[in-house]
Design a protein around this ligand. Sequence first.
Ligand code: COA
Ligand code: ZN
Length: 306
Amino acid sequence: MQHTYIHEVVTRDGFQIEPQFVPTENKIELIDALSETGLAKIEVTSFVSPKAVPNLRDAETVMAGIKRSPSVKYVALIANPRGAERAIASRVDEVSLVVSVSETHNLANVRRTTDVSFEGFGEILKELRGSGIAVAGALSTAFGCPFEGGQPPGRVMQFVDRYVELGVDSVTLADTTGMAHPKQVLALCSEVRDRWPELELALHFHNTRGMGLANVLSGLASGVQHYEACLGGLGGCPFAPGATGNICTEDLVHMLECMGYKTGVDVDKLIGVSRRLGAIVDHDLPGQVVKAGKATELHPIPRNSQ
Ligand code: COA
Ligand code: ZN
C-alpha cells in the first residue's frame, strides 16, 4: 500500500484570507489539536510583512505557544531574508520559500521580480546553513496565473531547476487559484518526476473550479506522495483575484483512505477539529465529509420501507 503524507495549511493559507483576524489562542488551540491527528507537517504561519498579511501578524506568539509533537514538522512560509531571521528565531523545523512562476503574480504577491526573489533565496539558504531547518521551495501559479493565464511547462521546469540548484530539500507545485486540470497535472508532474526522480515533490491544489481532488488522482498516478490541504477547505492567496479555498484536508484523507492509501491521519479526529474550526471562524466551511459523514457511516432504514 502506497504511503501519502498530508501537510496541513489551515493556520497559514486558511487564515491569511479570512475576513476576521482569528485570535492567537484559537490558532494555538487548533494547531495543538491537529498535532494529535497524525499529519506529517503543519504550516503554522508566515513570517512576512504584517502590512501585507495582517491576519498572521502574531506569527512569533503562535510559534512560541504551540506544543510540538516530535512526529510533526512545523513549517513557516517566508518570502525574504528578514522572514528567514524570524523563522530561525522561532526555531521552525522547515521554511517554505515562495516565488510565482508568473512574473505578474510575483510582483503582486511579493513586489519583486522572480530573479530578485531567487537572489534573496540564495541569501536565505546561506543564513539557514547549519541551522538544521529544512527548506521547501514553493512555486505559486505553476498551473496558471489569474493575470497571465497558462504558464509554459518549460518555465516551470526552469524554476524547479533553480530550486534544485539552490539545494532545497523539496519542491511544491502550487495551483494558486484552482486553474489546474487533471491531464495537465499528470503531464507536468510526470515530467518533473522523470527529470528529478529523487526530489521530494509536493502538490498544493485549490478547489476553486471543483478540480482539486481530481488533480490529486493525477498526482498519485505520477507517483507524488506529498499533498498540502486545508482543514475545512478554507484558504486562498490575498494577492490573487478570485482565490478560494484549498482542497479540504478531511475530504482528501477520507478519499485516500477509501482508496486504500495509507495517510497515517485519523480522519475522525480531523473531522472533530474541523467542527471546532467552523465554530471559531463562525461561517460555513466548504468541506463536504464534515457535513455528509464518512462513506462508511450508514443511516437507519426508514420505518415505512420495512
Ligand atoms: N517580516 C516583517 N516585516 C517585514 C518583512 C518580514 N519578513 N519584510 C518586510 N517587512 C516590513 C518592512 O520592515 C517594511 O516595514 P515599514 O513600512 O514599517 O518600514 C515593510 O514591510 C515593507 O518592506 P519592504 O522591504 O519595502 O517590502 P515590500 O513593500 O517590497 O514588500 C514583502 C515585500 C515580501 C515584504 C511583502 O510583499 C510581503 O510580505 N508579502 C507577503 C506575501 C504573502 O504572504 N502572500 C501570501 C502567501 S503566497
Ligand atoms: Zn494556497
